[in-house]
Design a protein around this ligand. Structure first.
Ligand SMILES: *Cc1c(COP(=O)(O)O)cnc(C)c1O
Length: 370
């Protein structure tokens, strides 16, 4: 692909140096922080970190006290946004052990994201080891009940150089944040605003990879959604401006009266692991799942005729959220009377039960960390 990074594969053997934090939060303070953590504001005591340069390849793997990074003001990421990330969760089982859900799929997607952004590919075993080591050392931070520990692996271009080219140096790190439920009020139906002024992704662009730049470009559309009283934004395709693609950070599914599901095809959308898991679970039950283009006009017509019964958004953070209201410049419509439908809530329960180890795991998605 024109960009080559040497000394990658030896890193599969990297051993993490574990340095427990000397300044860890007290048990009482931790309990207070875990009472109502919300999303993404509370962090654990540690982080995992691995560095890349051309002489040493991936090196310096450590788990240490969570702290600021010293970053030179000319670090490439600050200027040209060479940055990628992932999101996955650790869950406490009823027996007190800890599950990760499909971390291998996140590791693979991270490699694909690195490839698209011309960044050094992180060997998948190093990604998984970094996540597991962090979960083990910070396991006291995983909330019980329906909470979980949200893990955020990310990579930034750290070479000090203002020339426009792929950075020769990178920092990979993992941080962890205990979370309650993503949407306040749990899986209550959300309202979504159809973005007709802004698009998220075009063919040949970066829509299919998890880079921070996609989110930066979506914020104006999300603000427009908020201005119209909506929780989330849904994007249309960039060519015809007719086909539903996905939300700012979640994929979308439609449920029809015959019980079948439809979800937009891969290409410019982010290949969600939740999306992939829902497709597999539905197919296990003999449900027909079509990965097909679907227009906003058809959605509105099917909602009016009763052919469309439910719609939901899905992603690691929120799992599955029913869609109750759809608003757009060309009119509003309601899904399932604005309430959560049975297919949506059934799939949600099925997936969550697997994640927490309460249901059998026929696809071997669970990785027991503790
Ligand atoms: C992360 C993400 C998703 C959901 O992916 P999961 O693997 O299910 O968490 C969907 N859309 C976008 C744009 C994303 O960044």
């Amino acid at each position: 692909m024109g960009v080559s990074f040497d000394k990658i594969d030896g890193a599969a053997l990297l051993k993490f140096d574990i340095q427990p934090a000397a300044n860890a939060v007290s048990e009482a303070d931790r309990a207070a922080k875990l009472r109502d953590p919300g999303f993404g504001r509370v962090f654990t005591d540690h982080m995992a970190i691995v560095r890349y340069n051309q002489t040493d390849g991936w090196h310096g793997a450590r788990v240490e006290s969570r702290a600021n990074f010293p970053l030179d003001p000319a670090a490439a990421v600050l200027h040209y946004a060479q940055e990628i990330f992932e999101g996955l969760k650790a869950y406490v089982r009823e027996d007190g052990g800890v599950n990760l859900f499909r971390p291998d799929a996140n590791a693979r997607r991270f490699r694909n994201s690195a490839d698209r952004m011309a960044m050094a590919p992180l060997p998948e075993p190093v990604f998984i080891e970094a996540v597991e080591q962090l979960v083990r050392i910070d396991s006291a931070w995983i909330p019980g009940g329906e909470g979980s520990l949200y893990l955020r692996p990310f990579m930034i271009a750290s070479e000090i150089f203002l020339g426009v080219k792929p950075s020769a140096e990178y920092i990979f790190a993992v941080i962890a944040s205990p979370v309650g439920s993503y949407f306040k009020g749990g899986p209550a139906p959300v309202s979504i605003w159809v973005s007709e002024n802004y698009t998220r992704a075009a063919i040949g662009g970066t829509g299919a990879v998890k880079c921070g730049g996609n989110y930066a470009a979506s914020l104006r559309a999300q603000a427009e959604a908020s201005d119209h009283g909506c929780d989330q934004v849904v994007f249309l395709d960039a060519v015809e401006r007719r086909y539903i693609e996905e939300l700012g950070g979640m994929n979308i599914f439609f449920v029809f009266e015959d019980g079948s599901l439809l979800t937009p095809p891969l290409g410019t959308i982010l290949p969600g692991i939740t999306r992939d898991s829902i497709i597999a679970l539905a197919k296990d039950k003999g449900t027909q799942v079509r990965e097909e283009a679907y227009t906003l006009d058809q959605w509105r017509a099917d909602a009016a005729s009763g052919k469309l019964k439910e719609a939901f958004a899905c992603g690691t953070a929120a799992v599955i959220s029913p869609i109750g209201q759809v608003r757009s410049a060309s009119g509003d419509f309601t899904i399932n009377g604005g309430t959560a439908g049975p297919v949506t809530m059934g799939l949600r329960k099925q997936l969550v039960d697997i994640q927490y180890g309460r249901a059998p795991d026929p696809h071997n998605w669970i990785r027991k960390v503790l």
